[in-house]
Ligand binder design. Structure first.
Ligand code: SAM
Ligand code: SF4
Length: 348
């Protein structure tokens, strides 16, 4: 269980907490990368309308998912280059039967201090205790609406009550840090915002609104449903919420607190200027392809270097070379979504 080390780490300006030996992955803009978002499956049991509107469909030419052993070699390779945090994502990572074993393998790597999971929460109630026992530190649960009818329409799943039960049990158990992610889109009206504000009054969680991003397969949806976070931020500031000071190693969210609320509201605005300047994350797809950005114009296979333990040095060299070539930022403002054809393919 690494929740305590997570708290210690976020409070400290140094991601190394006294350890200085690991070399850092660095790009040509002097950004260093200690955070890997690893997709472990493209499969999903939901049909979120902005992500997988027709549900997951397997294709014959699809390469198999990285095996547990390949994942272990991959994370070990990153860890020797300064990785301290891994997020398992997808698709829906909880659909993998060996998820607990994957978590435990990563937890056994001493320099990895935080293991987080992004999930739609469908299996949270059933599995959160096992995930925590395996070594998970934090869980991000996607809940786009607190209205059951709207939730079902957006996700294709009538499971809001079950997911909220899982959130409550996870908070009560105190084993995992819990955050909720809600995509900010045209339907996120004032009544929806007020439901979330009411929710965090009682729940010690952060609800983070993430601006809808365009992908290669969702241009039309994006044009009809995009919503900037500016109005939300104005609303918060006019209603007693204050912006919190950002820690040096904070993620991309700007967080707000309120004296009547035990939880927080966060805003992630990828279209804001300077968003990419402090990027510290890299992505690997479920087939073992490195994406140096969520909207990169190409990806690079690492899989052939995950077949034997003896390939670790070659893997590290390849990571060093590829990351040195990371571009300054995404080009979403120009409508350039790179090869991102939906987050479920890369791992959002
Ligand atoms: N299935 C898990 C879940 O839903 O949390 C993990 C994978 S999902 C792709 C990761 C996150 O990406 C979710 O919070 C989802 O809402 C977000 N996401 C997917 N497509 C998006 C888009 N076009 N714009 C913004 N966020 C998106
Ligand atoms: Fe599945 Fe997550 Fe995409 Fe929804 S956002 S369809 S839960 S991968």
């Amino acid at each position: 269980m690494k929740f305590n080390s997570y708290l210690a780490e976020t409070a400290s300006p140094s991601p190394w907490r006294g350890q200085t030996s690991a070399p850092l992955l660095r790009d040509s803009f002097a950004r260093t990368f200690n955070y890997l978002r690893l997709s472990i499956t493209e499969r999903c049991n939901f049909r979120c309308e902005y992500c997988l509107p027709h549900g997951y469909q397997a294709t014959a030419e699809q390469a198999p998912e990285l095996s547990r052993q390949e994942i272990q070699r991959l994370v070990r390779g990153f860890a020797t280059l300064g990785l301290t945090k891994v997020r398992l994502t997808g698709g829906e990572p909880s659909l993998r039967k060996d998820l607990c074993a994957i978590i435990a393998d990563i937890a056994a790597i001493p320099t990895v201090k935080v293991i987080a999971l992004s999930t739609n929460g469908y299996r949270l109630s059933r599995d959160m205790q096992d995930w925590a026992n395996a070594g998970l530190s934090a869980v991000n649960v996607s809940i786009d609406s607190l209205d059951p009818v709207r939730f079902a329409k957006m996700t294709g799943s009538d499971s809001l009550t079950q997911i909220l039960k899982g959130v409550q049990q996870t908070v009560d158990a105190g084993l995992l840090q819990v955050k909720i992610n809600a995509v900010l889109h045209a339907n996120t009206d004032t009544s929806e915002i007020l439901r979330f504000i009411e929710f965090v009054k009682r729940q010690p969680v952060t609800v983070r609104f993430i601006e809808l991003m365009e992908t290669g397969n969702s241009q039309q949806y994006f044009e009809s449903n995009r919503q900037s976070s500016t109005r939300l931020v104005q609303y918060l500031l006019q209603n007693g919420w204050t912006q919190m000071v950002r820690a040096n190693n904070a993620g991309p969210a700007i967080e707000f607190q309120h004296r009547d609320s035990v939880g927080r509201i966060g805003v992630i605005a990828p279209y804001a200027s300077g968003f990419c300047d402090t990027c510290n994350r890299l992505r690997v797809s479920a087939q073992g392809r490195l994406h140096t950005c969520l909207f990169a114009s190409n990806s690079h296979s690492l899989r052939e270097l995950l077949q034997y333990d003896a390939q670790q040095a070659a893997l590290q060299q390849r990571l060093d070379d590829l990351i040195a070539r990371k571009t300054a930022g995404h080009e979403l403002h120009e409508g350039n979504t790179g090869i991102n054809n939906g987050f479920s393919r890369i791992g959002g």
